[in-house]
Design a binder for this molecule. Sequence first.
Ligand code: SF4
Length: 237
Amino acid sequence: MTRFHRPSTPEPLTSCRRCGACCLKGGPALHVEDQPLVAQGMIGVRFLYTLREGELAMDNVAGHLCGVSEDIIKIRGQGRSWTCVFFDPAAQKCRIYENRPAECRVLKCWDPRELTAMYTRGRLTRRDLIAGIDGLWDLVLTHAQRVDHGQIRHLLSKAGPQGLNPEASAALMAMVRYDLSLREVLVEKGKVTPDQLDFLFGRPLTQTLPPLGVTFTRSAGQLGLAYTPAVPPLPPL
Ligand code: SF4
């Protein structure tokens, strides 16, 4: 397996020195040419998550926050960091270097033109991977309609100094309860494993909402929420 090497001098780069800096900024998004890597098990679904349409994310290529215009399948980070799950920090190497995805193959940190040209094109979708699985795709579509990140941003944008109005708060809470219960029921019934959920349905709202300023409370076993607008630390595209 190819190792990364840290450069000893700060000379301008003209070729990849395998320093791993790009891997620390986040795993790549997958494209249609990466489908065989998933289908043949080189990249397991448990290592993926879906950045859902309408979620806010940091566009590392454009250099600013943006609303995601379409679902994006990405390789997970490590724990709470965005460092690609396949990056081995101790050995400074990619654990799947020979089978790394298309974005990693074209990325040249000293000249991002090739990546810029391809990174919004031909993205792999959940439909490409699971549309043939009986019942599962319909469930994903239903969840996407009921947990709509564009609608969430719209609700949060209407908040005043006192936070969300009762209707907006109730609508948001209904989405959170549905999102939680669907995941719990599918795992309880053995339909999916917990590590497949973030790929199938995106990350849970209990994870995506707090960076936007939503806090969750529990009182007498009841889940509640409050909202204070925040400048969030958001995932990279
Ligand atoms: S797949 Fe490998 S090369 Fe690509 S970001 Fe992850 S560790 Fe780096």
